[in-house]
Design a protein around this ligand. Sequence first.
Ligand SMILES: Nc1ncnc2c1ncn2[C@@H]1O[C@H](COP(=O)(O)OP(=O)(O)OP(=O)(O)O)[C@@H](O)[C@H]1O
Ligand SMILES: [Mg+2]
Length: 480
Amino acid sequence: MATILIVDDDPQLRQSFKKILSAEGHRVQTASSGEAGIAAVEKDKPDLVIMDVRMPGMTGLEAYQKINRIDPKLPVIIMTAFGTTDTAIEATKMGAFDYVLKPFEIPAILELIDKAIQAGHFMHAQVQMDATPKEAHQDAIIGSSSAMQQVYKAIGRVAPTDATVLIRGESGTGKELVARALYQHSLRGTMPFLVINCVAIPDTLLESELFGYEKGAFTGAVNRKIGKVEQAHKGTVFLDEIGDMPFTIQAKILRLLQEKSIERLGGKQPIPVDVRIVAATNRDLETAVKEGHFREDLYYRLKVVSLQLPPLRERKEDIPLLTDYFMKHHCRDMQISNPGISEKARTELSSYFWPGNVRELSNAIQKALIFCKGGPLDVRDIAQAIDHTDLPEMETDTSHPVRPDLIIRKWVQKQLSDHTEDNLFESLMDYFGSVVTSEALKKTEGNRSQAAKLLGLSRPTLLSKIDRYNIKIKADVDFY
Ligand SMILES: Nc1ncnc2c1ncn2[C@@H]1O[C@H](COP(=O)(O)OP(=O)(O)OP(=O)(O)O)[C@@H](O)[C@H]1O
Ligand SMILES: [Mg+2]
């Protein structure tokens, strides 16, 4: 639920917004002029403002500028009618989240509202590091393992610089949380933070979403569009899943990094922009470079400051902390009392290998809480909640409550249905190869000769695998 402020001189429009948005569970406030809107922003601290451009007295554009000065992170959607779009475009150039043309379709505006609220949440909600959040709306990066301590240190070190940062790690390891923590601890923490998910946006739209276009740049470009990079001027742009960015757009990102300017599609002049880029990927960029999917020059440029997040199975000591955190979090969310968890169930959580990392742990705990039959969560609740409930003959009561072979099979099935890449066989083999290699090294406390012997490999073969899988041996005990 969010607080949304509607600023429009048309009482009917205010009323319909109130009806529609209240039905969606939001709290709606209204103001009939720019002046009243500014006062409401100062007093009520809404999560989102939706404002008309043309009003008697102060115009929407003037009001936007004042609101932007009060809180540059507050998302504002501008409403405009045909004929006043130039002003709305001007507002997006100054950082307004987006604009909509009246009359609008309700599903489309609801979708935009959700996006804007999410963007505002990312900018405002503090991410606590290594501490349980004090307030319900805060998020946290939980973990006190040495691998996570290194991550916190790295965040502390690079956040206040303007360096481009590449966050790497498997799916569900917390890359997005880390990106937000970096932003909040940066010198740009009071300015906008805009997220572009390179996989969620179709290739054909990604370029215009990032860089915008000029009127007439292509059929259908009836107005100029300001891209997210330009909108985030003086702020931070988070390029999520950059490993999936189309090759042609990669060149433009490189240029942005090197020349600090962009060109709108169909534009004649470079436009200087001052943004910090934070990027994240779960892809193996080295392979992507070798295979020609990722530009080598961009790879080198990004990799200068990179932050590697450890998979959960390599920091198992954090599982109890994370378990307690998610138990509390989900119980509060679902408004149920915390049933607690048995010691055996905890052991179960610690022995699983969590291919989906923290996200999978969080989901499993939520599922266990939903399906448990009262009393503390036990082994059976956990075994059923770990993503393999539909497997036949689960032996949840034996001394081997989770059958690893079935889990692996299940996980492979999921990969087969999720992935669209061409070299799936190789990447799955690489995955197993890297798990086997790093586990063997862990067992031998980093001793490469012993690990090679254990695996029945020659030492040079093992070394080439360490290299290929980019296994880092740190202080001889932690691998990531
Ligand atoms: N260390 C952590 N402490 C608490 N919650 C975490 C932690 N790491 C991840 N999470 C939670 O797990 C979920 C997944 O995290 P996030 O979206 O940051 O992962 P990701 O690395 O970006 O994954 P993907 O590659 O799939 O996008 C989120 O709900 C996040 O809040
Ligand atoms: Mg992510």
